[in-house]
Design a protein around this ligand. Structure first.
Ligand SMILES: *Cc1c(COP(=O)(O)O)cnc(C)c1O
Length: 457
């Protein structure tokens, strides 16, 4: 396989330092073995997330200088609106400071305690917002999604049969809205096909259920559609995106992903009365409707970034970089999720360290090891993040996969940075049987991975 070099050159640099192993061991201990608690300066290659960690282009920085900081009706808002109307084409939208702010507003307006929200797979903040409302997130992704060896091109697709059965057995009146996450972050950054998006939309609509898209990585998803789905090879990425959003009643997005900015998001809908309710919540929690918790300059950076994120040579490089890391890890014998997703490579920690049971957190163990060996920071996506007591039986329910996600910030690291990550992972892999698991010393009830603390077993 050949890989495209970065379609940009570097005009400004940010130094990074590799602290020695003793210092790393001490840093991770002080952090309670939670990588979120590390000081960023103690990390060499930071793959904790691709969220808000990208580099902005010269055009975005130039746009920042044109930001209009008027409280209401700023020019920046209308430049943002022009991009929103062109790409997403929902009748109404509001800016928010992040994706989760949009989720919070939507869930507070639409969801009552005890109701159910189906998705292919909910991301952690979506799940957290729904659970915080005492409602129940349901994951109905197709069965192949849980098989790391399966090479299906659209492993993010929803299982339509399961969705239909779920709606019938639950009753549409208990489902305030349905959603789908593109790409499927919690399931390996795997794309959803346009055929599946159409079918999911039709199914929700057949039962009168509103359909929302969690659009964080819509451009990467659109690129996969162009590459992999019959009939889309000659369509532009923009027109594929337009077709995706045309199926939905609304969408929300963390602009910190495919809009190539460091902060921002939006919530968009077609229904006017819903929009008015959203405005009330927004003003209460985020800010006025033309800035929604952002500065005017942030809106300008998003307006430019949304288009840059749709550029095909950028997307080819982006998806190619992820494939490069996946291929090199695979060649080293390290078990990963196949095929490579859009924004990250997911190491199968459950498979790599089968001697550690889910309750002792194999993913967390691997993530800590990668830091100690090479100051590489990834994130556990497994039992720390998703294990929870069953609401009726109280028994612990463990997720099907124990993963460590190595997310790739956009336009930040070069191929030799990725080679270093592979080298670090190989060192850990070669001594994988020596690692022991962890237990909690502190764990909050919701979204505990952010603030939990651990001790080694
Ligand atoms: C990042 C993300 C969110 C939340 O967005 P924030 O900007 O981090 O609040 C929601 N859904 C998915 C799929 C995400 O990747």
């Amino acid at each position: 396989m050949s890989y495209l070099p970065e379609p940009f050159r570097i005009k400004m640099v940010e130094p990074i330092k590799l602290i020695d192993k003793k210092a790393r061991e001490s840093a991770i201990k002080t952090a309670g073995y939670n990588l979120f608690n590390l000081r960023a300066e103690d990390v060499f290659i930071d793959m904790l997330t691709d969220s808000g960690t990208g580099s902005m282009s010269q055009f975005q920085w130039a746009a920042i200088m044109t930001g209009d900081e008027s409280y209401a009706g700023a020019k920046s808002f209308f430049r943002f609106k022009e991009a929103m109307d062109n790409i997403f084409a929902f009748e109404f939208f509001v800016p928010t400071h992040q994706g989760r702010a949009a989720e919070n507003i939507l869930v507070n307006i639409l969801v009552k305690p005890g109701q159910f929200i189906p998705s292919n797979m909910h991301f952690d903040t979506t799940e957290g917002n729904i659970r915080a409302r005492n409602a129940i997130p349901i994951n109905l992704v197709n069965g192949q999604a849980y098989n790391p060896e399966n090479l299906d091109p659209f492993k993010g697709n929803m299982d339509l049969q399961k969705l239909r059965e779920f709606i019938i057995s639950t009753g549409a009146e208990n489902i305030p809205f349905g959603t789908i996450t593109i790409t499927n972050n919690a399931g390996g950054g795997q794309p959803v096909s346009l055929e599946n998006i159409h079918q999911v939309a039709d199914l929700y609509h057949e039962f009168g259920i509103l359909f929302f898209i969690d659009a964080c990585r819509f451009a990467e998803n659109a690129y996969f559609i162009k590459q992999r789905e019959p009939g889309y090879q000659h369509k532009s990425i923009l027109s594929i995106a337009q077709e995706i959003f045309n199926t939905a009643d609304g969408a929300w997005m963390s602009a910190k992903k495919d809009a190539l900015v460091n902060i921002g998001g939006f919530l968009a809908v077609r229904d006017e009365s819903l929009y008015h309710k959203i405005c009330n919540e927004l003003i209460l929690r985020e800010g006025f409707i033309s800035y929604g918790g952002l500065a005017g300059r942030d809106l300008d950076a998003i307006a430019v970034g949304l288009y840059e994120g749709l550029e095909e040579d950028y997307l080819a490089y982006r998806v190619g970089q992820t494939a490069y890391l996946a291929d090199k890890l695979s060649e080293a014998g390290i078990p990963i999720m196949h095929p490579a997703g859009g924004h990250a490579v997911y190491i199968d920690a459950g498979k790599m360290m089968p001697h550690i049971p889910p309750g002792q957190f194999p993913g967390q163990t691997l993530a800590v090891a990668l830091y100690v060996e090479g100051a590489v920071r990834g994130v556990e996506i497994g039992s720390v993040m998703f294990a929870h007591p069953d609401p009726t039986t109280g028994q612990m329910v463990y997720p099907k996969l124990e993963l460590v996600r190595l997310a790739i910030p956009r336009r930040v690291y070069t191929q030799s940075h990725l080679d270093y990550v592979v080298q670090t992972a190989k060192t850990v892999f070669d001594q994988r049987t020596k690692y022991k698991g962890f237990e909690f010393t502190y764990a909050p009830e919701l979204m505990r991975h952010f603030t939990a603390r651990f001790k080694p077993l």
